[in-house]
Design a protein around this ligand. Structure first.
Ligand code: SF4
Length: 436
């Protein structure tokens, strides 16, 4: 008989859950350490009670950095089988979470398929789904309609929901007064903002936060507090709108924790590289160490087609400075719905950022695989190098397509017989070094 509601409730009662045990094992921590961190809200284990095939993960700045992959059909790309193919390749490539951002058709079967078959954390943004679910225009929806969709997603087994609770009617004035270059670029945030403007009502996710907490507590859904005012260009970074919303997210974090509901806080956005670490510090202080989930950050605005790189640079610095969870960005960002190859590029870039940060943070055993790679490179063992590679398929394809003409087993075609590794191995072994 389960005597707790959420992972946080269990942790506070001194109960170690099976999910905490799994996380402790994966992170080389004791279960007591994990329990304590979950009790304090510094680690979230998003694990909806109905997501039975979940292989749980912990999200916290002192743990391995996790990455999320956004997928889902849209009106212009509505093939669910292609989307499922992307999901499975994302899971195989090491994504720890999938956010289903579907905004077309009957979204429930795909969502349920994810929570029935997918072992990684599943997140959604219920406000996107509200218009689709009711097939009614935004202005005609009521606050209760939005909350009922949160309940539907919770019953369907999603592990975390992004809710844009932090903007209020005051934000409307602020956006008008402060004249941001890019206004609001969060899709969910813009919908909530537009609904408030059209109806004259307060943000339903803010006004009815207690009812939402009841739903999340019942099903153990983690709230990812959305940052509607995340900067959409460098000029808007760390401005009044962003920080004012963050202060409200800090207050909501406290209210959620009082309900034993786990929380993550979402963050920027487009941020100059020199402001990334400061943004992490501000969040940690205002939100009392709640795990920070960042969207990028993108450190320049001028690289459409390469924004997976822009985001990986910001993501590495963010994670090294305290972010716990990175939302991937693909080369198609700002341009189109990502295809299968874009998804792969985005995941690889994000995994590199997360891994680089984990090494810098001294996460236990994070560097083991790099040390193995160093050993494999020293002895020019190509198969062992591929085995250590983040993307073995690509590494092998590049080498195989351009093998050195005269010696296939030894060097690569970059330096051929001038190979420094080969020369050193031979010199240290007292062997003759043939170059010509
Ligand atoms: S040939 Fe050059 S690049 Fe290739 S393994 Fe040797 S040193 Fe490295």
């Amino acid at each position: 008989m389960q005597t707790y509601t959420t992972q946080m409730d269990a942790a506070r009662k001194g109960i170690v859950t099976p999910q905490m045990e799994t996380v402790a094992k994966k992170e080389y921590r004791t279960v007591e350490e994990i329990r304590q961190l979950v009790a304090e809200g510094k680690v979230a284990i998003p694990a909806n009670k109905h997501h039975e095939c979940l292989n749980p993960e912990g999200i916290g700045s002192m743990l391995r950095t996790k990455i999320n992959v956004n997928l889902g059909v849209s009106r212009d790309c509505k093939d669910y089988s292609i989307e499922m193919q992307k999901v499975m390749s994302a899971v195989n490539m090491g994504a720890e979470a999938i956010m289903d951002l579907s905004s077309h058709g009957n979204t429930q079967p795909f969502r349920q398929k994810l929570t029935h078959e997918c072992p990684v954390m599943i997140g959604t943004v219920p406000v996107y789904d509200s218009v689709i679910h009711y097939q009614r225009d935004l202005a005609t929806l009521t606050a209760q309609d939005f909350i009922d969709v949160v309940r539907l997603h919770a019953e369907d087994g999603v592990d975390f929901v992004t809710l844009h609770c932090g903007i209020t009617r005051k934000t409307i004035e602020q956006i008008r007064k402060h004249k941001r270059k890019m206004n609001i670029v969060s899709r969910g945030g813009s919908l909530v903002f537009a609904w408030m403007c059209m109806t004259g009502n307060e943000n339903p996710f803010y006004e009815h936060f207690d009812e939402i907490l009841d739903i999340c507590e019942e099903h153990d859904v983690t709230i990812s507090l959305g940052d509607a005012c995340r900067p959409g260009c460098l000029a808007d970074a760390t401005d009044v709108c962003q920080i004012e919303e963050l202060v409200r997210l800090g207050e909501l974090t406290k209210r959620a924790w009082a309900h034993n509901v786990q929380v993550m806080v979402e963050g920027p956005g487009h941020v100059p590289l020199n402001q990334v670490a400061a943004n992490m510090e501000i969040q940690k202080t205002i939100c009392m160490g709640a795990p920070f989930y960042v969207l990028g950050p993108l450190v320049t605005d001028i690289a459409p087609g390469y924004d997976h790189i822009t985001a990986a640079i910001g993501g590495a610095v963010a994670a090294m400075s305290g972010a716990a969870f990175l939302c991937y960005v693909t080369p198609a960002e700002h341009l189109a719905l990502p295809n299968v190859d874009d998804v792969k590029q985005g995941i690889v870039a994000s995994k590199i950022a997360a891994h680089a940060a984990d090494i810098a943070k001294g996460i236990p055993h994070a560097r083991d695989i790099d040390d193995k790679m160093g050993d494999a490179r020293r002895v020019l063992d190509w198969d062992a190098q591929f085995a250590c590679a983040l993307d073995p398929e690509t590494a092998k394809a590049i080498r195989d397509a351009r093998l050195p003409e005269d010696d296939h087993s030894d060097t690569c075609s970059m330096c051929g017989k001038f190979c420094a590794v080969r020369s050193m191995n031979k010199a240290l072994a007292g062997e003759y070094i043939d170059i010509l």
